[in-house]
Design a protein around this ligand. Structure first.
Ligand code: DAH
Length: 339
């Protein structure tokens, strides 16, 4: 029996030494020391021993049990540490991995131009007004001295929603809304916004574009004020060295009316941008037609005014020498990143 115990111990220790998994070590524990284990089986045979042998074998059996237990526990420490290390290595998160860089957005060139123009007029004492993009026929045309069937309505090929509701073809209805709101106070506003026309998209036309409207109404406003303000504006926007000229024109809502040109950067030599003329047309303007003042309940005998309107895309194209209006709508990063 002594020998059996020695052999069992040697076998157990050898198995323990070879075990590389905690699971295996636990199996070894059960195999040798468990209720149905081999050590228990040997001890069950102790009944046949003599009274002198029994305590000796008993003591030896206890020692063997202890030694196997200690060996398993010690081995477990090493094996479990290795297992833990393997899990940590596998589940390791590298918190020092650099994050993915997000691409930065850019302000749209049209937004930049609108903001630049706003800054100039804010500096001249103007405030910013707004109006709806879905407008009434009245605000879009009638109140601007464009009655139904007036031939000048052809100047804007408009997109109608119903007979009386239209996608505004210009920002001029904001003039009317401002007069309705501020009457009888003096007015000095600009109104940037989106406008719509029944035009096919090509290099110079877009069914959606932007305008900035201007309106000044007060006592004693003259065409000289219009010339002064718009000359300052054009020079601030395009450069102090530029010339500004006023050409007679026609708009139903202004009388007299003018178109305003700024001299081209080519300095009169004539280039692709000014098509050889040396001048760039930048806006329409005029003294507010007394009929328009009257319809919005301002007394043309007491007050007068001037108004102007410009296309933002057109100004951006001239300023940045862009020759195709479609680039503003395409959101091509290579284009947008340049501003
Ligand atoms: N509404 C005109 C257009 O869309 C632009 C314009 C011209 C506005 C003269 C004005 C103005 O206020 O006085 O073409």
């Amino acid at each position: 029996m002594k020998e059996q115990l020695q052999v069992l111990k040697a076998e157990a220790l050898a198995e323990i030494g070879n075990a590389n998994e905690s699971k295996v070590l636990n199996e070894i524990r059960v195999k040798y020391l468990g209720k149905k284990g081999s050590l228990t089986a040997i001890l069950r045979g102790m009944g046949s021993l003599s009274a002198e042998e029994r305590p000796v074998i008993g003591e030896l059996a206890n020692k063997v049990r202890q030694e196997i237990e200690i060996a398993i526990d010690e081995r477990l420490i090493t094996v479990e540490a290795a297992e833990q290390a393997a899990i940590l290595a596998k589940e390791r998160i590298d918190i020092f991995l650099p994050g993915r860089q997000r691409k930065k957005g850019f302000p749209h060139p049209l937004q930049l131009v609108i903001e630049e123009i706003e800054e100039i007029f804010l500096g001249l004492g103007f405030t910013i007004a707004e109006g709806p993009e879905v407008e009434t026929d009245y605000h879009s045309f009638e109140a601007l001295n464009l009655p139904k069937n007036h031939p000048a309505r052809d100047m804007q090929d408009s997109l109608y929603i119903t007979q009386d509701i239209v996608l505004r073809p210009h920002t001029s209805p904001v003039q009317i809304r401002t007069m309705e709101k501020l009457n009888p106070q003096p007015i000095r506003i600009i109104a940037p916004g989106r406008v719509y026309r029944r035009d096919a998209l090509d290099a110079t036309h877009s069914p959606i574009f932007h305008q900035i409207e201007g309106l000044v109404v007060d006592e004693g406003i003259t065409f000289g004020d219009l010339k002064g303000i718009l000359t300052i504006f054009a020079k601030r926007l395009f450069g102090e060295d530029r010339q500004v000229r006023f050409r007679p024109s026609y708009f139903p809502f202004t009388e007299p009316s003018a178109e305003v040109d700024v001299s081209c950067g080519c300095n009169g030599k004539g280039c692709r941008i000014c098509k050889g003329s040396g001048w760039l047309e930048i806006l329409g303007a005029g003294s507010v037609n007394p009929v328009v003042l009257q319809m919005s309940k301002y007394d043309p005998d007491k007050v007068s005014g001037f108004a102007f309107g410009m296309g933002v895309e057109r100004i951006a194209m001239l300023k940045y020498e862009i020759n195709d209006i479609r680039v503003f709508l395409e959101n091509d990063q290579r284009f947008l990143a340049q501003f």
